[in-house]
Design a protein around this ligand. Sequence first.
Ligand code: MN
Length: 471
Amino acid sequence: MTVLETGEKHQELLDELLSDVEAYNSELDRDLLARAFRFAAAAHEGQQRRSGEAFIRHPWGAAKILAELRQDEQTIAAALLHDVVEDTETEIDEVRSEFGDEVTQLVEGVTKLTRIHFQSREQAEAENYRKMIAAMVGDERVILIKLADRLHNMRTIEYLGKQKQLQKARETLEVYAPLAHRLGIHKLKWELEDLSFETLHPRKYEEIKTMVAERRTDREEHVSEAARVLQLELDKVDIPAEISGRAKHFFSIYDKMAKKGREFNEIYDLTAMRVIAERGGDEGTRDCYGALGLIHSLWKPMPGRFKDFVAMPKFNGYRALHPPVIGPPGRPVEILTSKQGRGPSRDWMSLAKSSRARNKIRQWFSRETREDAEAKGREALEHALKGQNLPYAKLRGSATLAQVIRETGFKKADDFYLALGSGKLQPGTIVNKVVQRLKTEQVAEVHPVVRKAPKTQPVSGSDMGVVVPGV
Ligand code: MN
């Protein structure tokens, strides 16, 4: 029978995949994966990738990516089958009778997603696509398979024509990498971003890669010294934890240089360390805060930058503390104290099956998006003010800025920052207004006849920063 013959032709691929999955799943249904692999190999028999390789290498490659993320066997099987309905004569009912409802629903979901054609569009529109995907997909494993599919295609993008390459890379950067980010699968996100970056800006990519390589030893020494000090302290108080260095990725370096006008050194010195508490449950939670206390006693915290995702976990189940500190010797070290920073959580998945849950996801997406835009707005303003030698730290709570905000037509500071972050307001315009106002206030100081400008008054206990008087 042809199914067996074509399957046997690629036996070494199947063996490799089985051993990958068995490494983390000892109760693996080998038969399911073998059948899925042979079914796909037979369906794609005779088809080739642009690279000239047999087509089966593609679904197999996607399945390998998912095995690296330790996904369940239904997900791996569906990844093997993800293109049979779209690209071969196979009907979805054949998949159903061979593999049952669960695998079939995954394959169907991926096929539907594949049929949406994303083109390079405005960032704002990409945002809508992301929301739509989250809303329409009831099972996040579908998105995972789609992400693995895209990642494998990006890894082999060199075989496409130039135009197609640019389009795929843009789409990956605008739609897929942010999706991976939302799901908390950073490994996928970074690789998707770096591959897109390499395609879109090959020269800049090479430049940064070289700079990173030149500084690598230096950075590694710096991280391992800080890690050694911290490990010693953690041992003293019996907090079992694993410490690892976390390299910055090429695209994120470029992104910060391009968007925030920072120098390579400023960004690159922001070395990150990850501390993972080994115990779970309440003990783990206590360990996280214990480690935090230690970190703050060793290094100086960076004011206003601490984030607590342990007390308030992200919706995808990510629980971590982000206590940025100024590390030794005078360089910033970002430390993530994380109990579960690995993959997306199962809770999220089971939640996503009801329509109420899908609503929740939608709300979460818009809230997160809003928060992101607001933070971006604050940073943009801070940076623009810095360019004029104006201290944001002093201005953020001041009556001067509050008046500028009102003058621009905003009643609430967060709406104002949202407008800045989403590009509706230009930071340059705001800085000009601030400068104008400061000049007027100076005149007021010199000529007391004019009403004196209100004093700077920071808002206590609030991150909103600005109180608009009289509103
Ligand atoms: Mn595919």
